[in-house]
Design a protein around this ligand. Sequence first.
Ligand SMILES: Cc1ncc(COP(=O)(O)O)c(C=O)c1O
Length: 395
Amino acid sequence: MQKLAIHGGKPVRSQEYPAWPVSGPRELELLQQVLFSAQWGGYHEYVEEFEKLFAGLHDARFGIAVANGTVALEAMLQGAGVKPGDEVIVPAHSFIATATAVSRIGAKPVFCDIERDTFNIDPASAEAAVGPKTRAIIAVHFGGVLADMDRLARLADNAGLLLFEDAAHAHGADWKGRRAGGIGLAGTFSFQNSKAMTAGEGGIIITNDADVAAQVRSLVNCGRKPGHGWFDHFELGTNLRITGFQAAVLLAQLERLPEQIRLRQANAELLNTKHSTPGVYFQKAPEGAVVQTLYVLPGWVDEEVLGATRDEFLEALQAEGVPARPWYPHPLYANPLYEKHPYRKVSCRVAEQACKDSFWLPQRTLMGNDEDTSDIVRAIDKIYQTYKPETTAVQ
Ligand SMILES: Cc1ncc(COP(=O)(O)O)c(C=O)c1O
């Protein structure tokens, strides 16, 4: 048996996985265009070009680029008419912004459970969360695998709710050929540093609804309206515009996205084909989620079968040269902020279990060659060979 790196053995790999973010001469070329123009902010022409391209690629007529994915969510909810006192159903696991966007506009998040296999919002739990004040659902496409948009759309239709998508992880992903963000009433994306395409910070709201688009645009541009003066303000808006520099970088990043998705998807397929170690399981994409961004690859550990806890497993995996991190430490409602702000929840048993047994691999672990991907499999199996329980060892 090979000695684990945490026990002083030779690690499976000593080379780093490819670095993130990725950039090249194209970013530089477009950045220079902005730099040598007189329009760094206040909507450089690249902003409009990027908004049109990105929205079009995600099956939406309108795109409104903003400062980040957090404010994108707030602007989307407000622009679509979610009001103080309304309830909005969100999964108990996501980045905090999915819930705080609801709270910050004076509405109340209602936390529901996630599915074990996909890590996405569980439509049955979302249905159980609907109450008389419920106005909307936000689906989060975790890691870039789409939530079951058929079931969520049916639920929204039947219950008369608005359906939104927090597609912060899901650039370029689809559900049965329809792209993330363009399926519900509106969707948001993040371009923060670690995301599948990035300008360091940035976000966008996309929608097919002209009224929502106009309202969001006004809210994020100081309440202005097209055809009126720079100093004429019609809504209680704010300034959430992005700069020309961000748009320049995003235009270049968008050109690279399809190839990067293909690479990650091919590597994820290879990983899933080769990996059969008992006790370690990776996210399963439902059939409808054909194109998957794989911004992160979530997984979970069955401690009884593997013979190691999630944390022992992660410590060993990292020492073998595979970057990985534990799942969120607690469901969103267990954050101290929700001791001060109202929320409601239904049973979130899976979400609570995920805090104990789940983890994720960052996208860069799926951006190397076949050998780099196979190292993940080797490292996991090496850990199992050391920890496997006696009973399993005999079989
Ligand atoms: C699911 C989800 N929603 C929203 C956000 C917020 O995006 P940003 O960091 O651009 O504000 C993030 C960012 O990490 C996220 O993961």
